[in-house]
Design a protein around this ligand. Structure first.
Ligand code: PLP
Length: 367
């Protein structure tokens, strides 16, 4: 089966005698002993989560998947799975919530070194005898930095460390980290998988069922940060159109990136699809599309950037990304006082509105 077919058919499991075409939501928290599926209790598993995990594993080409109640819960499960005293190498530009998880929740338990992962020498230099995890996010949030997954996987293998990749921005439509050498893929399914800004979720997909993976499944089931059957249902529903939405997001993002690049009020555009992006060639070698997120800096400072945001009609000034509607935010304003993100940087989640309307809106806001 091809990607689009897997997305539509692989998760659906219908046991109802009326044979509905769409799998019903099974709200029951408990199941009779001795049932065919072997399901006991909904925290450990339920039919809707089984379907979601099945389709996620298939789309990423993994052996198994674990769905969580948020992307942060999924990422944090990986850190929880490490032995105390383990060392992590993580990107200097990454989703700030997971950075906080590493630094705050695991302070005194895990050691973390942040490096520019688009520079392999920095990654190499950071490796220590106790390095157990290389955490990659590519394209990264919010600077759209690109990491060479194949090259970093070689470094991880040589050290016997796990390579995990946050694939939220690319989605499996455009990038399959497991095929490029990663051991684990992480997603905030709140974003493109959900695609409509109405469900919170996260996921991990593993290349192989290893003792580390078994530990992660235990963290999922015993820790209990699991999605509800309704959340799983919504995600399965949205995943059916993921491929088509992603093609639209990427096509629109390219059009907007080229427009912004040529605008006199714009200082710099960060989009891996642009030939002048420093990671463009690596992105083109490991992705089949460049995604739907653009960042750009407005000439001036925070005030000039805020003025642009306030004039826009079709880009809601809101955090998050990956929905059908366009969103924009001045990223530094939500990342807190320690952020290194430029104060005049705007991150855009390019939606599926007609690009004529989006361009016209940007035109009047940047005037
Ligand atoms: C949103 C996001 C997360 C966190 O996911 P939540 O579902 O908000 O917990 C992690 N990584 C990236 C790249 C994200 O955009």
């Amino acid at each position: 089966m091809k990607f689009e077919t897997i997305a539509i058919h692989s998760g659906n499991q219908v046991t109802d005698k009326h044979k509905p075409v769409v799998q019903p939501i099974t709200l029951s928290t408990t199941f009779e002993h001795g049932n065919e599926g072997g399901i006991l209790y909904t925290r450990a598993n339920n039919p809707n989560r089984q379907s979601l995990e099945k389709v996620l594993a298939a789309l990423e080409g993994g052996a198994d998947a674990a769905a969580f109640s948020s992307g942060n819960a999924a990422g944090t499960a990986v850190f929880q799975g490490l032995e105390p005293g383990s060392h992590i190498i993580a990107p200097d530009d990454m989703y700030h919530g997971l950075r906080h998880s590493m630094v705050q929740l695991f302070a005194g338990v895990l050691e973390v070194t942040f490096v520019d992962m688009s520079n392999l020498e920095e990654v190499k230099t950071a490796i220590q005898p106790n390095t157990r995890l290389l955490w990659v996010e590519t394209p990264s949030n919010p600077l759209l930095k690109i990491t060479d997954i194949r090259a970093v996987s070689e470094l991880a293998k040589a050290r016997g460390a796990i390579l995990a990749c946050d694939n939220t921005f690319a989605t499996p439509v455009f990038q399959n980290p497991l095929a490029l050498g990663a051991d684990i893929v992480m997603h905030s399914s709140t974003k493109y998988f959900g695609g409509h800004s109405d469900v919170l979720g996260g996921a991990l997909v593993t290349k192989a069922v290893t003792p580390f993976w078994e530990k992660i499944k235990t963290i999922q089931q015993v820790g209990g940060a699991v999605p509800s059957p309704f959340d799983c249902y919504l995600l399965c529903r949205s995943i059916r159109t993921l491929a088509y939405r992603m093609k639209g997001h990427a096509q629109h993002a390219m059009i907007l990136a080229e427009y912004l690049m040529n605008h006199p009020k714009v200082e710099r555009v960060f989009y891996p699809g642009l030939k002048n992006h420093p990671g463009h060639e690596i992105a083109a070698s490991q992705m089949t599309g460049f995604g739907g997120i653009i960042s750009f800096t407005v000439k001036g400072g925070a005030a000039e950037a805020d003025a642009v945001v306030s004039k826009l009609r079709f880009f809601a000034n809101a955090t998050s990304l990956g929905g059908v509607e366009s969103l924009i935010e001045r990223r530094a304003s939500v990342e807190g006082p320690t952020t290194k993100t430029p104060q005049n940087l705007l991150r855009v989640s390019v939606g599926l509105e007609h690009t004529d309307d989006l361009l016209e809106d940007l035109d009047q806001a940047l005037l």
